[in-house]
Design a protein around this ligand. Structure first.
Ligand code: NIG
Ligand code: FE
Length: 413
């Protein structure tokens, strides 16, 4: 058995003793141990504590790592990404700078349909290779567990192809990965005036195969004006639920779409985005078990108002933070930037942001027993920082790469 002792840790962050989804005031409670040690056996955390109380002789360990005063955090849990895509969309980005509207870009064949066209033309191997590179990139940036959606296929074959790529990523990667079926991302052109036709395709052609081949863990719908209405969202989610797929929903991004209320009604695991919230949506979410996942880099990239994190926390909501990594609204999966933006622009405390990006993100993927904190029995998926004066320095020095190295299952990556 490989046993590792990590000594000389300046601060061991989020040493949660009992798993709990954090909401409201509890989000600011971040348990830490100063001047700490950590024991890892076969990739699992088996001991933590204060260095002056260490009771194990050094000879007991096959490896000793001197952290030399680094801080150690749980790796980020990114619970919302669209990591599988065929091509970037920087031409739309430039068009928007020049003043084109969303509608102009859609008329030019842009947006989600642009990504779908390119994805359907790409081979499964090509998609896998590209997605693998992105996964490697984000894990070096500290992501230690991730959710990945389909939704750029929008055809039976395209959606299956995406989900098979995600399945292969799950098999090959050391990171815990959850797969979400997002066939209801937008209506394909040929179903523009035949919504029920596309919903039938999802329910009758896609879902039975996805369930049989276990290609997804969750079902997602883009509930938004001009995309899927609350009624359509509910119909699609209920169909997914009948196959055992829990819903998680794109809600309240561009408008007060009713997505949050629909998600809560369906007992969704999470409602994600939440740029556009009113009191009713906030109260409904606060009184539910559903997690509100905030995606600040999407708000930033689309030049939208940031999510009302303070209002949500004060109302008692359970908040997670995620990257929304995708080519259209967040071409970055860097969770360090997500953290910084949530502190700078949404006024989350560093402790709140760290909790939202670790333990609550783990809950938003139902991975809280495996990851999300530095607790006995969880995976040693860890971030070792460069020398930093304090925890708040991490979101404060937003432009610096402050990660020295990342460990997944007790191994350096
Ligand atoms: O989460 N809002 C819906 N879907 C993605 C963006 C999709 C795209 O533009 O490619 C999102 O932001
Ligand atoms: Fe998204």
């Amino acid at each position: 058995m490989a046993t590792t002792l990590v000594t000389n840790i300046k601060l061991l962050v989020n040493t949660l003793e009992e798993n709990k989804l954090l909401r409201g005031k509890d989000l600011a409670r971040l348990p830490c141990i100063e001047n700490a040690y950590l024991i890892i056996e076969d990739g699992i955390i088996t001991g933590t504590g204060s260095s002056n109380e260490i009771q194990h002789p050094a000879s007991k360990f096959s490896h000793i790592i001197d952290a030399e005063g680094q801080m150690v955090l749980p790796a980020w849990c990114d619970s919302h990404t669209h990591l599988v895509f065929a091509a970037s969309r920087e031409e739309e980005f430039v068009d928007k700078i020049k003043g084109l509207s969303y509608a102009d870009i859609a008329a030019k064949g842009g947006g989600i349909l642009n990504s779908a066209r390119k994805l359907n033309a790409a081979s499964e191997n090509e998609l896998f290779t590209k997605a693998w590179k992105r996964l490697e990139e984000v894990s070096k940036q500290g992501t230690g567990a991730i959710e990945i959606k389909s939704g750029y296929g929008l055809t039976v074959e395209g959606e299956f192809k995406m989900l098979r790529v995600i399945k292969k990523l799950k098999e090959k990667s050391a990171l815990p990965i959850k797969a979400t079926f997002l066939g209801a991302h937008t209506y394909p052109l040929e179903y523009k005036d035949n919504h029920q036709g596309y919903i039938d395709l999802i329910m009758n052609e896609m879902l039975p195969v996805i369930a049989k081949e276990k290609l997804a863990d969750y079902i997602d719908v883009f509930c938004e004006t001009g995309f899927f209405s609350p009624v359509e969202t509910e119909m699609i989610c209920r169909a997914g639920m009948s196959y055992g797929l829990k819903p998680r929903i794109h809600a309240n991004q561009l408008s007060l779409s009713g997505g949050t209320q629909t998600g809560v009604k369906l007992n969704a695991l999470s409602v994600d985005h939440l740029e556009t919230m009113d009191d009713d949506a906030i109260t409904t979410l606060a009184q539910s078990n559903t997690i509100g996942t905030l995606l600040p880099t999407a708000a930033f990239f689309l030049r939208m108002p940031f999510q009302p994190a303070r209002k949500l926390i004060e109302a008692g909501c359970a908040i997670a933070l995620a990257s929304d990594f995708n080519p259209g609204s967040s071409p970055s999966g860097n969770m360090n930037l997500v953290m910084a933006m949530s502190c700078i622009q949404m006024k989350m405390l560093p402790e709140e942001a760290i909790n939202a990006a670790t333990i609550n993100g783990a809950y938003a993927m139902e991975l809280e027993k495996e990851v999300g904190s530095i607790s006995i029995g969880k995976k040693a998926n860890l971030i070792f920082t460069k020398p930093v004066p304090s925890l708040a320095y991490l979101p404060y020095a937003f432009g610096s790469n402050l990660i020295d190295r990342v460990m997944i299952n007790g191994e350096w990556i």
